[in-house]
Ligand binder design. Sequence first.
Ligand code: CU
Length: 223
Amino acid sequence: MPLTKFKDKLPIPGILKPKYQDKQITYYEIKMIQTTQSLHSELPDTLIWGYNGTYPGPVIEAWKDEKVLIKWQNELPAKHFLPVDKTLHGAMDAPEVRTVTHLHGAKVKPESDGYPEAWFTKDYKETGPSFAHQTYCYPNHQHAATLWYHDHALGITRLNVYAGLAGFYLIRDKFEKVLDLPEGEYEIPLLIQDRSFNSDGYCSIPVNRNRRFPALIRPLLPE
Ligand SMILES: [Cu+2]
């Protein structure tokens, strides 16, 4: 059943306030939480996984050269609400729900990059082979840009991002300011994501349970 287009107001994610800030660092804590959220007024609320319980996650706004530290925390259930394909590399012999956050386009050291094998489970009880730190460091030694952060766990990245683990990270600099671009309420971050829903409001994801040659299909998956 098609949903009515342009019915709801465009949701604009809020800017996250730091937990601590001084002249040297800006520190945030972000929790990954399972909750429900209205994604269209003609649907029942949708089960989501959100950074701080919202989809998209809160916006991180940083200045060039501002040292940002983020403690990424997993408070998700042990069971995924989307179907996990256990034949995929990384999803066999591993806890079902794993997370690790990658800031797409950021210049960071390897231990803060969010490598797919640096995953961790709830309360860091189990961690992947590349896991190094609970708190990541983003030096922001780069130009103004619209970046996004998203989950990157090996074998289930597509499911975790589809569940809602994605958000904006905006870097500002002096050069951007002199361009006199629209700002404040006139600057609208747009996230475009393809989604299907069941009539109960849940996200729908196609599963081929009869595939015979998973090895041939695997390279085509967007991981
Ligand atoms: Cu990315």
